[in-house]
Design a protein around this ligand. Structure first.
Ligand SMILES: [Zn+2]
Length: 268
């Protein structure tokens, strides 16, 4: 989720960022990277390396070492958590809604881990970056789905599901068709869709209680904080190991945990 991260090859991953473009990662000397990350260099010089092998190698050297590990670690937990949710669901509609949520969560963390853990060639990068960003819209609509089904009366449930899924499909089309859109343009789209059901919070409170709504709001604020860190590329505590992107991923995990707990409360 969140996820992302890297600019297209023509931008942030290059050794020389544009003016005003804060460095996404440290400038590690290639020799240091050669000694520290032989696996990545092997990947970078694979069949897709070609004449760009040097640039690929430099990009590999610039990735924080922990990039992708957080979401890789959360994926099995999200899978087990999703199965638990489905198991405790009491109606067919709840099973369906929790299944949608579980699939969207597993897709998000698995794709993010696969995308971020290694350096891909231009084609792999283009596909995985699109999937990674599309999954953010999926997890937003996927999170709203069980909340709507479990907590809202039928009429409002239909309206909310129509709004969030239409918004998610539009957002996915946007990221698929214009993956190089500027960060300041697409990041607010995630935040806007994420908060689109703020008017339903009183309904959530009425059915699920204030504790559940507090968890929903906490998760929303944590996701929003992650989006802001992603947009600003700050704070960037340890560019070599744990950069701004890892801060963003950490916030998405905390947000996911809050929302998962809220949905578990609603389902049981
Ligand atoms: Zn990411």
């Amino acid at each position: 989720m969140i996820a992302e991260d890297t600019e297209p090859p023509s931008r942030g991953r290059q050794p020389q960022p544009g003016p005003g473009d804060p460095p996404e990662s440290p400038r590690i000397p290639a020799m240091d990277a050669a000694a520290a990350a032989p696996g990545r260099l092997t990947a970078a010089t694979g069949p897709e390396g070609g004449p760009e092998g040097g640039a690929e190698r430099a990009a590999a050297a610039l990735k924080p070492r922990l990039r992708g590990w957080l979401h890789a670690g959360v994926f099995p937990l999200a899978l087990v958590g999703g199965i638990v949710l489905i198991a405790v669901s009491r109606t067919g509609a709840a099973v369906a809604a929790c299944s949608v949520y579980a699939v969207s969560a597993c897709l998000l963390f698995a794709t993010s881990a696969v995308y971020h853990r290694r350096t891909w060639g231009p084609r792999g990068e283009a596909v995985l970056r699109r999937l990674d960003h599309a999954n953010i819209f999926l997890i937003i609509a996927g999170t709203y789905t069980p909340l709507a089904v479990l907590l809202l009366p039928e009429g409002r449930q239909r309206v909310l599901l129509a709004v969030v899924w239409a918004g998610a499909l539009a957002g996915i089309a946007f990221r698929m068709l214009w993956i190089a859109a500027p960060r300041w343009l697409y990041t607010p789209c995630y935040i806007a869709l994420g908060w689109v059901a703020v008017f339903n919070l009183p309904d959530f409170a009425r059915t699920g209680g204030t504790g559940l709504v507090a968890l929903v709001i906490t998760g929303g604020l944590l996701y929003t904080a992650g989006a802001v860190v992603y947009g600003l590329k700050r704070p960037n505590p340890s560019p070599a190991w744990f950069g701004f992107h890892e801060v963003f991923h950490t916030l998405t995990i905390a947000a996911f945990s809050a929302h998962y707990t809220a949905i578990l409360l609603a389902a049981t």
